[in-house]
Ligand binder design. Sequence first.
Ligand SMILES: [Zn+2]
Length: 54
Amino acid sequence: MEFREVYCNNCKKILGRFNSKFYTEEKIEGLLKIEYSIHVKKGHQIFVRKFEKI
Ligand SMILES: [Zn+2]
């Protein structure tokens, strides 16, 4: 199963993991603005990376 992991480079932590099946790139982009706006407003670097899980 493929997941997308949202990681904050400034906080050095994973903010969330989303199943690629249900969360498209656009959906996650939208989530970033709402759910993680605190990080975004602080100017934190947020990465979305893919990872596989069996
Ligand atoms: Zn952060």
